[in-house]
Design a protein around this ligand. Sequence first.
Ligand code: GDP
Length: 708
Amino acid sequence: LMHLTRKLIEIRTMLLSIDQSDSLKLPSIVVVGSQSSGKSSVLEAIVGQEFLPKGNNMVTRRPIELTLIHTPDAKEEYGEFPALGLGKITDFASIQRTLTDLNLAVPADEAVSNDPIDLRIYSSRVPDLTLIDLPGYIQIASMDQPDSLKEKIALLCEKYIREPNIILAVCAADVDLANSPALRASRKVDPLGLRTIGVVTKMDLVPAEQGAIILSGNKYPLHLGYVGVVSKAPGKAHWRESATVVAQRAETDFFKANREFFTDASSSSSGTGLMVGTDMLRRRLMDVLESSMASSLHGITNAVQLELEEAQYQFKVQYNDRRISAESYVAETMDALKAQFKEFTARLGKPQIRAKLKEMLDERVMGVLEQLYWSDKRAAELGALGADSRVKPEDVEPYWRYKLEAASSLLTKSGVGRDSTLLVVDGLRALIDSIAAREPFTFHPGAAERLIEFSHAILRDRIGVTSDSVETCIKPYKYEVEVDEREWEQGRTQAVDLFERELKLCEEKLTDIRKRIGGSRRLSSLIGYVKKLEEEELERRQRRLAGVEKDGQTLDEATERREVDDYRYPPGQVLDARHAMKYNERSNILKLRLAALRSKRCKAGPNQNILCPEAFLNVVAEKLAYTSAMFINIELLDQFFYQFPREIDSRLLYDLDRKEIVAFARQNPAIRKHLDLQERKDKLEEVMKQLNSLSTLRKDTAPTPRRN
Ligand code: GDP
C-alpha cells in the first residue's frame, strides 16, 4: 500500500499546480512549533540531512513545501527546487544556502510571504512524505512585533493547519506541555486532537521517567499520540560523519539506555508501549499520512470530477474544444506577419513607386520654375515670344536656351538618387512601424522592437548602395535629355494637369483668406494698404542708399499714419494680405503659362522646348522617376522583400527556445486564457485518470487495520 501514498503525493503535487483552492487539496503534514523547540532538528532528523536555514532572525519567512520521495534503488541523495530550474542538487549545504536566500529575498517590511517554496528531496533513506515547514507564528507572538504582522502570520498558519492537513506539534520535553504554543494552536482548529500528532523533543533533557509520562499523553490526549525523540548530537560531530548520523546514534543510545521506561510500541506485544525515536516517528508519519490520504480519496475524487466537468464544459463553450499550443500560436503569428507584409508590399509595386517619385519631382519642377522663370523680370517676354507665331525656335535668344539647360540640370543634379531612395525607405519604415504598432504586436513589445530593429538594419544597409546606383543610372540625363514626340505630348499634358492642380490650390487659398478677412472688398483695401507700405519701404531704402535723409519729416508722418492704420488692420490680416498678393501673382503666372502650354506652338513638339520649359522639365522628371523606380526596385525593394521573411524566421522564430515560445504566446491575453483553461482541463483529466486507477487498485487490496 506504500504505492498509494506515493501516488497520492504525486497527485497532490499535480493538484497544487492546478490551483490552490481548498477543495482540491490532499493532506500534508504541517509542522508547527515555537522557536528552539527543536523543529528544525526534527525535520532534519527525518530527512537525515542538514538542509534548513539556521539563525535567530526568523529565518523561515516563506512556507517550505517539502516533498520527500523514497527512491529505493538510487545511490544518490539529492534535492530539487522545481520552480527554480536548478536541476538536481546533491550538495545539501547548497540547498541550505538556497533556502536561506529564498527566505531573505522576502523584503523585511513584508516579513512573511504566502508564496511557498517547493523543495523535493529524493533519497533511499526518506519515506514518501509531504511536510510543510511554516514561519513560526507561535514564536513571533512572544516577540515585539507589530499586530499586523502577527495577524499576517496567524492567517498564513491558519490556512495551513486547516483540514485535511495533519498537524505535527513540536514540543520540548523540558517545557510544560501546558505552555506549548504548538499544542495551543492545534487545539484551536482540532479540539479533539483527531489530526494532531505530538513530537516531544529533547527527551534527554528530562529524567526518563518524566519523559515517559509526557509521552503517555494522559494530560493532553492526542488521538494520534506522541513520539519522543532526541535529535541533537551531544558535542561535535566526527569529521567523517554527518551531524545527523551522530544525532541518530545518540538517540538510539539514549533510548536503549532507558529501555525500561520506553518500551517500543511496535515491539510491545500489549501495544501499550510508548513511541520513541526518529525511526518510529517516520513510520508513524507515513501511517498517519497514508490513512489520511486514503480517507480523502473519495472526497477528492468527487471534487476533481466536478472541477473537470466544469473545465470541460467551459472549454467546449468558450473554444469549441479547439486545442492550441504556444508553438502553433507563434508560427501562426509569424505567418500572419508575413502575409500582412506581402499584402502591404503589393502597394509598393514599380508603378506606385514611380508615381510617388514623380510627385516628389513635380514639386521640385515647380521649385525650379519659380526660381528660374517666375522670379525672372523677363518672364513675360517668354510668353510673348511663344504667342507670336512668326517667331521660330532659332530666333529665340540664347538667354532662354541657357535658362532651360540650367533648369534641367538643377533638376537632374538635385540629389535625386539619395532623395528618391530615402523616400521609399521612409515608406517601408512607416509600413513596418505600423505593423509593429498593431495587434498582435501590441501584446509582444519585445518582438515588435526586434522587428523594427532588424527591418531598419536591412534598410540602413541598402541606402548607400541604392542611392549610388540610382545616381549612376540617371547620370546621362545630367548631360542630355532626348525627348521624342510621344514623351513630349505626355509631358505637356502632365504639365497642364499639374498647373491646373496648382492653380486650384492657389484659388482655394485665396478664397480661404477672403473668407477669413471678410469679403473681397476688404481684402482689396488691405492689399492696397500693404502695397503702400511696401512702396514706402522701398522709397525709404532708396533714400538711404542715396544718403539723402532731408525730407525726414514727411516720412515720420507716414510712419505715424501707418501706426494708426496698423491699429485698423491686425497683424494677422496684414500677413494674410501679403499671402493673398503672392497667391494672386502666382495664379496669374499659372494662367498665363497654362495658356502657353495649351497653345499650338507648345503642342508642335519637342523642338519647342525652349518656349515651353514646363513640358520639357516634366519629361525630365518622368524619366528620372522611371529610372529611379527601376533601380530602387532592384537594389532596395527586391532585396528587402527577400530578406524580410527570412529575418522573421531567424530573429523572431528560430531564436526562441521552448520557454520563450511559451512566454511569447502567453503575452497575448486571449491566448493565455485559452492555454490556461486547456492546461487546467488536461491536468484534471490526468489527475482523474490517476485517481481512477488508484480506486481500482484499492479495490484489489485488502484494507489495512488502522492503528489506534
Ligand atoms: P527550532 O528553532 O525549533 O528549529 O529548534 P532547533 O532545531 O534549531 O533547536 C533549538 C536548539 O535546541 C538547538 O540548539 C538544538 O541543538 C537544540 N536541540 C534540538 N533538539 C534537541 C534534543 O533532542 N536534545 C537537546 N539536548 N537539544 C536539542
